[in-house]
Design a protein around this ligand. Structure first.
Ligand SMILES: Cc1ncc(COP(=O)(O)O)c(C=O)c1O
Length: 435
């Protein structure tokens, strides 16, 4: 097919896309001549939902107008502000509304969850995670082990793919649990792996982990807003995420947590819950709202995951997410995922040989990956880096993960089939230039 015909075909796919209208709800970055960039970087920072400007402006306006009174009288009162996000987060994670809470940011939430759920005792002292986990997750886990006076080198089990492979099989996870399960206190696993884009079957992981009596937490940084989930049904103990990637919450946006309802139920509400698995570290924002401002020393926990809050949240860090979650609820994560699979499959089909010169390390099966394709340029890291930089000069926004991966994420809310085609064309040219 000629390039012109191929581009027309991509455009025809866009014309038939029932979700295409959502692209107009986002600010699309442009180059200095005002030409839109080919933005395929939603796995790193999602785009601005245009309605976020209005919501942020309303908060600033209410602050200007009302000062402290805004806590109760803003159009979205600030005291229960996080509740504006609950329904959207519950829908995207497949949780009950009482199981999710928007608060802090990802690594802070991971620390709070590990403080609650990592309970090394007797011979169950270890934490299992993947080798090659995001650095911040590893720092959090290793420092939690050390903070308890244990040795991270001895207590951390890091499961790596087989030599020469990029992906971890479910069988390898199950075999690791069979071998070490009785010594493992907690498993921390990604929903979608940040470097490879591999999407794990959360339910199957949860069944395997719980069969060995370990506590399970998920890092959903690359899953939320990318793939549908059933967290409540999976029976996971906790999960954490950030909101600046697929959730389009803006740089440094408020993060979130899931705590399975069985844990909230098991904690006393009328006092601090020291000693129990899942015991909370507390602050005034976890105290129930009706009596919070009596400022009494006695603690009375909020219901559900809200009780794990500590500080009052940043209203300005949460406001853009309200706009984005409204769009997600309108579009529906199931429909978005259907488009996402079609879009990523299409991108992959454009990158297959005879173009050559590259190796897609993401899983080949759509069900085992999110929207991201991770591409290794054949010929070494220096060539890969040159290609990545040349893509940037052609107005293609993707990112580079050391030592040799280009990550490309067509996002169903605002990317088009034509973007996939433009990327494939740019990559083909760049590869030809870098021989
Ligand atoms: C998988 C994963 N974990 C942790 C983090 C760190 O996030 P934060 O800076 O919000 O703590 C990120 C950030 O991109 C991430 O992708």
């Amino acid at each position: 097919m000629s390039p012109a015909a191929a581009r027309e075909e991509a455009r025809a796919r866009d014309a038939a896309d029932p979700l295409a209208r959502f692209r107009a709800r986002f600010a699309l970055p442009a180059d200095e001549r005002g030409e839109p960039l080919v933005y395929l970087c939603g796995h790193s920072l999602g785009l601005l939902p245009l309605a976020a400007r209005e919501i942020v402006a309303e908060e600033l306006d209410d602050w200007a107008r009302l000062g402290v009174e805004g806590h109760e009288h803003a159009r979205r009162p600030w005291i229960p502000y996080h509740e504006n996000l609950t329904a959207g987060l519950a829908a995207l994670t497949g949780s009950h509304p009482g199981e999710v809470v928007a608060m802090n940011s990802l690594t802070v939430n991971l620390h709070l969850m590990l403080a609650s759920f990592y309970r090394p005792h007797a011979e169950r002292t270890r934490i299992l995670m993947e080798a090659g986990a995001f650095s911040s997750d590893r720092h959090a886990v290793a420092s939690q082990i050390a903070w308890r006076g244990l040795d991270p080198e001895a207590e951390l089990i890091e499961l790596a793919p087989r030599q020469g492979e990029a992906l971890l099989s479910m069988e390898a996870i199950e075999a690791c649990l069979a071998e070490h399960g009785r010594r493992i206190a907690l498993v921390l696993w990604p929903g979608v792996q940040f470097r490879t884009g591999q999407a794990f079957d959360l339910g199957r992981i949860a069944r395997a982990v719980r069969a060995h009596g370990c506590v399970l937490g998920f890092d959903l940084a690359h899953s939320i807003g990318n793939v549908p989930m059933e967290l409540h049904g999976s029976d996971a103990d906790f999960a954490v995420w950030c909101s600046y990637k697929y959730l389009n919450g803006g740089p440094g946006a408020i993060g979130g947590c899931f705590v399975h309802e069985r844990h909230a139920r098991a904690q006393p509400r009328d006092r601090h819950s020291g000693g129990l698995p899942g015991a909370r570290l507390a602050g005034w924002w976890g105290h129930e709202e009706p009596t919070r401002f009596l400022m009494e020393p006695r603690f009375q926990a909020s219901r559900g995951a809200d009780a794990w809050q500590i500080s009052n949240p940043s209203v300005l860090g949460a406001a853009p997410l309200i706009a984005s979650l409204r769009i997600f609820l309108e579009a529906g994560i199931v429909a978005l995922r259907a488009k996402s699979v079609a879009l990523t499959d299409y991108l992959e089909s454009l990158l297959r040989p005879p173009q050559g010169h590259l190796d897609i390390i993401s899983p080949p099966a759509s069900a085992e990956r999110g929207c991201q394709l991770s591409i290794r340029i054949v010929g070494g890291s220096a060539r890969g880096r040159r290609c990545f930089e040349a893509l940037g000069r052609r107005g293609v926004v993707v990112d580079w993960r050391s030592p040799d991966i280009i990550r490309v994420a067509p996002v169903p809310l605002y990317n088009r089939f034509e973007d996939a085609w433009l990327f494939a064309r740019a990559l083909g040219e760049v590869l030809a230039d870098s021989r």
